[in-house]
Design a protein around this ligand. Sequence first.
Ligand SMILES: Nc1ncnc2c1ncn2[C@@H]1O[C@H](COP(=O)(O)OP(=O)(O)OP(=O)(O)O)[C@@H](O)[C@H]1O
Ligand SMILES: O=C(O)[C@H](O)COP(=O)(O)O
Length: 394
Amino acid sequence: MKKTIRDIDVKGKKVIARCDFNVPMQEGRITDDTRIRAALPTIEYLLEHDAALILMSHMGRPKGEPKMEFTLAPVAERLSEYLKKEVKFKSSPTVVDDEVKKMAEELKPGEVMLLENVRFRKEETENDPAFAKELASLAEVFVQEAFGTAHRAHASTAGIADYLPAVSGFLIEKEVKFLGSAVEDPKRPFVAIMGGAKVGDKIPVIRNLISRVDTLIIGGGMAYTFYKAMGLEIGTSILDADNTKLAGELMKQAEEAGVKMLLPVDVVCAAAFENDAETVTVDRDKMPADMMGMDIGPKSAELFAEEIGKAATVVWNGPMGVFEMPNFAEGTKKVAEALAASDAITVIGGGDSAAAVEQFGLADKMTHISTGGGASLEFLEGKTLPGIAVIQDK
Ligand SMILES: Nc1ncnc2c1ncn2[C@@H]1O[C@H](COP(=O)(O)OP(=O)(O)OP(=O)(O)O)[C@@H](O)[C@H]1O
Ligand SMILES: O=C(O)[C@H](O)COP(=O)(O)O
């Protein structure tokens, strides 16, 4: 068990908390603030318990330069709105400077400030000890709350714990509880649903899940690599040619492990990667050579929903089709609805599946939606995340 903020006394202390405020932005506006809202319980708890709170995060990938399109200023503003108090913020190109140090020194219990994007310094992603020490020098305690970045060993996510006692916030605790218990000690039947486009990225996850699940459902863009391994015609569908052999091996591995592996039985095919392209829905052995698979068909959606209905735990990562285009969102929607209707523990990992669930208005029907994209995948792979490893044990 990892220590949390409940296990320490923060009264009157300077606390530095790493959050993942890497939220999607369009023209300087935040388009989805889920990650900001997810950190609020921890922030509020720390302020109510009279900590003087210094928050930090990255935004995007400014590659070690103070590129202002990646400033955290909009985040400071949104946080102020939610907390109903000023979030002090100085946009320093070096993240920490004399003025920022003074702000931190003068910060009183119950007050909060946000540092500028830690990736404005190249030392952040290099996990440079001097930068970690510089950040640590602002506070007395480190709170890890950045689940979305916990798979990165950076100065603000890992290195800093060499200089300060490290505990977790409530979001980390919740993520570890739901993702961890789903993978390590699931209520059975345990069904995992994998979709999306990046087959290569997800193969290690599939491999790890095969040894744990009762049923594995594969949909989305990755299904075609498995079809290819089965010798089926896949037309112009996305294919991860480097991993076709591996897909075949995974199918064999599932069979040997007694894991039921379900692939779509029918496919919505389109003549082009466009919402208004001409479409046909066919059984999987009838895909036209000049069309691409864009969504699972209705028979597959029903088959998957039936399987989800029998589950006690479901982990879902990756959409069933190109759900961003309304004409190819149906399969993903049906799967989301089946999860929403089920009594099972439902855990959603991965940015796109989370976005899909939000888009269908079903987010509050899920047990847990992870704030991690890559981090939740690495967690499901069974890897130890560096940002979690540094938190002190109880
Ligand atoms: N049949 C398909 N053909 C092409 N692209 C597809 C297909 N099915 C799904 N996709 C695309 O896959 C993308 C999501 O895949 P990804 O592997 O990134 O999912 P994720 O793990 O939920 O998200 P993230 O990696 O952002 O956390 C979506 O943009 C979707 O349009
Ligand atoms: O969005 C994410 O997955 C995290 O914030 C990590 O971002 P990164 O992939 O740029 O490290």
